[in-house]
Design a protein around this ligand. Structure first.
Ligand code: AMP
Ligand code: GLY
Length: 428
């Protein structure tokens, strides 16, 4: 099969490495891809939002399967465009991708179908939102922009003044553009966070192994929120009992709710969960693989990913048994100095072989370019250095040993990925 991957980050590199393991994968393209991906797939220079360009390329090159990985093209109807052209594509239609693209939609859906989530109110008027947080007078309080905001549209306000400032910056100053026309104000939840990605064909849902992201830029969860600085799988707080409860109270009800709304979801549905003292609750849904969750979940996948994609598209997922490797995986993200704010690009990366790899680990490239046999930085998150091992401790040790052999000016990474998974303090 000829396969086209759409996207350019570490998640896409992880998907590509897994697709390459399939005997069915004969030729792999990635649009637009990155330096590391260029060692595994043929890069195609088409922007991720260019539906017409993508469909034309797929038709001209007789592509058998397209994988749409990022949120923006999914929300903009990339899968719908391929389907209209008669090309098989993995990912939800725009009508279902709204589960991520609009927090107002997902919160209202959860309320309507009794899916556990934080209590909330929706506002389209900043004055009313401000009056509400002042009247409620509880902190911390969570302020969320309705639309997509590169994972940065959530503000946890510690004081009422901070909440008022967040409302003004989202709704009046349009910090996130039109994504902030509406906002959700919600109750602050506590407990360990767990990410569960699941394959679904709209009829059945097959959760993958669990994982844990580390969203803050610096050690001890300090600094700004980022796209994710590292991950581990499995998430030790996600017991079998909690998994059963989530299936019953969250996963199945969500698939059913989307069907009842006339928005059947096909693809990878990401459940961002919090294990609160009152049971598991949904923090957010994503309509796609997480980044860098994919980098620890996919290496543990034993079943052929092409077979899974086809079963999801054909609606035959219930007939497929999806198998996983035991053990654990850890991913440490090496970022550009200054990320997630301003950072330099074009800095040479040392320590990688000609394929952008290193002994003892798998290096997923996120923001790199490849020129004349050398790799250079080209984004905020640069590399996801990942290792698999029988235990989480060993996986972390291997990943960090590899990180220490890679260098570029200003390189920054967290030194505590996975650490809270051991201390038994009940917090991750
Ligand atoms: P999101 O972009 O929705 O994943 O939110 C980013 C992060 O903000 C989450 O991973 C949580 O750590 C935190 N967060 C979001 N909503 C809440 C909430 N209601 N209570 C506590 N923390 C939250
Ligand atoms: N790592 C979180 C996300 O992909 O949204």
């Amino acid at each position: 099969m000829k396969i086209l991957m759409i996207g350019s980050g570490g998640r896409e590199h992880a998907l590509i490495k897994k697709l390459l393991e399939s005997p069915k994968c004969e030729k792999l393209y990635c649009a637009p891809g990155n330096g590391g991906i260029s060692r595994d797939a043929e890069l195609v220079s088409i922007g991720v939002m260019d539906k017409e360009g993508m469909v034309k390329f797929a038709l001209d090159n007789e592509i058998d399967l397209v994988f749409v990985a990022p949120d923006d093209p999914l929300a903009a109807g990339m899968v719908d465009a391929f389907e209209t052209a008669g090309i098989r594509a993995f990912g939800p239609n725009a009508s279902a991708a709204i589960i991520e693209a609009s927090k107002v939609f997902s919160k209202n859906m959860m309320k309507k179908y009794g899916i556990p989530t934080a209590k909330y109110e929706v506002f389209d008027d900043p004055e009313k939102a401000i009056a509400y947080v002042k009247a409620e007078n509880t902190t911390p309080v969570v302020v969320k922009a309705d639309g997509l905001a590169l994972g940065k549209g959530v503000i946890i306000a510690q004081t009422i003044d901070e909440a008022v400032a967040a409302i003004k910056s989202i709704m009046e100053d349009k910090q996130f553009g039109d994504s902030g026309n509406n906002i959700v104000i919600e109750e602050f939840l506590t407990g360990p966070e767990v990410s569960v990605l699941a394959f679904t064909d709209g009829k059945c849902v097959k959760p993958m192994v669990s994982s844990k992201d580390h969203k803050r830029a610096y050690d001890n969860d300090e600094g700004l929120n980022t796209g994710g600085m590292g991950t581990v799988s499995p998430n030790p707080y996600y017991t079998d009992e909690l998994a059963d409860e989530c299936m019953r109270t969250i996963f199945l009800p969500t698939i059913e709710a989307m069907n009842k709304e006339g928005r059947p979801f096909k693809g990878c549905l990401y459940f961002g969960l919090m294990m609160t003292p009152k049971g598991p609750k949904v923090i957010e849904y994503n309509a796609r693989f997480g980044d860098p969750e994919a980098q620890v979940v996919l290496p543990r996948l034993k079943t052929d990913l092409v077979d899974i994609c086809e079963a999801v598209i054909d609606g035959t997922l219930s007939e497929l048994d999806i198998e996983w490797y035991d053990g654990a995986a850890a991913c440490v993200v090496m970022a550009s100095g200054g990320y997630p704010v301003a950072y330099k690009k074009g800095i040479e990366i040392f320590g990688l072989d000609e394929n952008g790899q290193i002994d003892g680990a798998i290096v997923y490239h996120a923001g790199t370019k490849y020129e004349n046999g050398k790799f250079y930085t080209s984004g905020g998150r640069v590399l996801g250095v990942t290792a698999k091992a029988p235990t989480l401790d060993e996986a972390l040790e291997k990943a960090y040993a590899a990180v220490k052999k890679i260098s570029f000016e200003g390189a920054h990474y967290r030194t505590d990925i996975g650490r809270r998974c051991h201390d038994g303090a009940g917090r991750l």
